[in-house]
Design a protein. Structure first.
Length: 81
């Protein structure tokens, strides 16, 4: 699990945060679920979150369109009727 909250990391370990959320916060909020799985999914999301900016940048810079055109040309060249 990737750590995502610097403030909490100063006072609690990752496991303490999960235990606190599961044993204290979730019951207070009336929420049921697998908090460990939630943190794993959140860590994966955080690792992929930069892709939004990367794709937007490449799209506005014209790189994606060029790659798409190249892929379409390669695909159409490979088909013969």
């Amino acid at each position: 699990m990737e750590w995502y909250n610097y403030g909490l990391s100063l006072i609690m370990s990752k496991q303490e945060v999960i235990d606190f959320e599961r044993d204290t916060l979730m019951p207070l909020a009336g929420i049921e679920g697998d908090i460990e799985k939630y943190h794993k999914v959140l860590a994966c999301y955080k690792k992929l979150a930069y892709l939004d900016n990367l794709v937007c940048e490449q799209l506005t810079d014209g790189h994606i369109l060029e790659a798409f055109r190249g892929a379409v040309k390669a695909a159409s060249d490979s088909f013969t009727i």
